[in-house]
Design a protein around this ligand. Structure first.
Ligand SMILES: C[S@@+](CC[C@H](N)C(=O)[O-])C[C@H]1O[C@@H](n2cnc3c(N)ncnc32)[C@H](O)[C@@H]1O
Length: 230
């Protein structure tokens, strides 16, 4: 998906996302908070600098600032309209928003997080973007790549209901792992989440038992930049 195309969706973004995730009975914020909290478990300690790649309108920002107290966050997105909206609504001393070219000029970070962005990037463009993310990281830093799991039928249904996801090219966890390894990452974690909709929330305490089964609505592949890498 081009940045210009996504720019056209910015004003409808809230409504479109709500229509998709409403199938789960939960809000967008429920998932954003859970992803950020889970990501913390896979991070080197301490995390002082975070980059949210494909941050969109920056809605995950409050969860990063809560979950990683004292850290600074840079949200990066190809959409100028999304960046501007995020800066106006979430910009603060600890959070700012830039384009990918702007991020090249910043200090390296300890954690790069990305959710739901790679399925909008054409497959031939993905390796160069993962290599760029590799360069943005400190040695020992981690890249937590969250994606929608194409092996989950509920996920496919949700994506059909979101206009800007309809033509997306999903990635299996295997493809994502290969992408990270090819860029030089060591794959440290592969974890599957969000099995139960709100109506079955009583079963959620069993979710950790399913984290290795590749059927959750989303997965996270965590790549670690080797300490010897530059
Ligand atoms: C579905 S939104 C996800 C937003 C956010 N990560 C979230 O969890 O709500 C995908 C975002 O990826 C951005 N994007 C797509 N291709 C990109 C690229 N090559 N570089 C940076 N951002 C990109 C889009 O502009 C859009 O904001």
């Amino acid at each position: 998906m081009s940045d210009a195309l996504f720019d056209g969706f910015v004003e409808d973004y809230e409504e479109a996302c709500a229509r998709g995730v409403s199938l789960s009975g939960e809000s967008r914020d429920h998932f954003a908070r859970a992803r950020v909290e889970l990501t913390k478990h896979w991070c080197p300690v301490p995390v002082e600098r975070i980059l949210d790649f494909g941050c969109g309108m920056g809605h995950s920002t409050p969860y990063f600032l809560d979950t990683f107290p004292g850290a600074v966050l840079v949200g990066v997105d190809a959409s100028a309209a999304a960046i501007q909206w995020a800066q106006e609504h979430y910009g603060a001393a600890a959070a700012r928003f830039v384009t990918p070219d702007g991020a090249d000029r910043l200090n390296t970070v300890d954690l790069v997080y990305s959710n739901g962005t790679f399925h909008h990037i054409e497959p031939p463009e993905r390796p160069a973007i993962v290599s760029r993310i590799f360069r943005w990281l400190e040695p020992g830093g981690v890249f937590a790549l969250w994606e929608n799991n194409p092996w989950n039928p509920g996920t496919r249904l949700v994506m059909k209901r979101i206009p800007f996801d309809r033509d997306a090219q999903t990635l299996s966890y295997r493809r994502t792992s290969r992408l990270l390894r090819d860029a030089g990452f060591e794959v440290a974690v592969t974890s599957f989440h969000f099995y139960f909709p709100a109506a079955l929330r009583a079963l959620r305490r069993f979710e950790p038992l399913f984290a290795r089964i590749p059927l959750g609505a989303q997965y996270c592949v965590v790549g670690r930049k080797p300490l010897t890498a530059r």
